[in-house]
Design a protein around this ligand. Sequence first.
Ligand code: MF3
Ligand code: CO
Length: 258
Amino acid sequence: MVLAKSEEEIELLRLNNELVSKTLAEVAKLIRPGVTTLELDKRAEEYIRDNGAKPGFLGYNGYPNTLCTSVNSAVVHGIPKATALKDGDIVSVDCGTFLHGFYGDSAFTFTIGEVSLEVQRLIKVTRECLELGIDKAIEGLRVGDISFAVQKHAESNGYSVVRELVGHGIGRNMHEKPEIPNYGIKGNGPKLINGMVFCIEPMINMGTRQVYQERDGWTIKTIDGKPSAHFELAVVVRKGKAERLSTFRYIDEVLKSS
Ligand code: MF3
Ligand code: CO
């Protein structure tokens, strides 16, 4: 099975994931108490279309929106709503694009107003989990090396790892092989090959790892109602150091100046 992408394919994946990164930064500009997740969704869709692309999630398995907006105890796949975000909330905003036959996909967890220190720590550690996973996305290692690095950092900080959902290869389909679990064993799993492109996306819970799906058929929530954080970037496996196709740089710039 061919899992590595050609450099031409990688350029198209880069265009998509760069656009996702910039779309999330547009969303970041609107983040404040009182904004609704539906308003965020509208802005993201408008920005993606203005850039000549299509929302990658809209219509995917019947998904109704451009963004997944998962608030507090929602882990992922929350559907945007007309309810306002309020002071102290956190929201994972997950965004996909489709352009020139390829997909982009990334996510960032935002804080709304003043968020408790313990929830801020959950978010910080989850983002670190992603970084530690990316550090292992190098030629010659295995998927399990990424998984192990993510799990170890989460659990050593007292958090739990969601197992029902995983990172994934990305290309002409949003979800391709290999699966990238956020838990696993060093040295296990498929070998990482130069040119493989995938999304690493730790979903880390403050309490139990157990989750359930809401009756809307989409939203995944923690069963104990405690918060969950989620970050996602798309990377290319390279020799020595992974190459990033998406970035939080634009988001961080917006958040710094706000
Ligand atoms: N971003 C999600 C993922 O990483 C995919 C959302 S699929 C949708 O797997 F159907 F909810 F759009
Ligand atoms: Co994804």
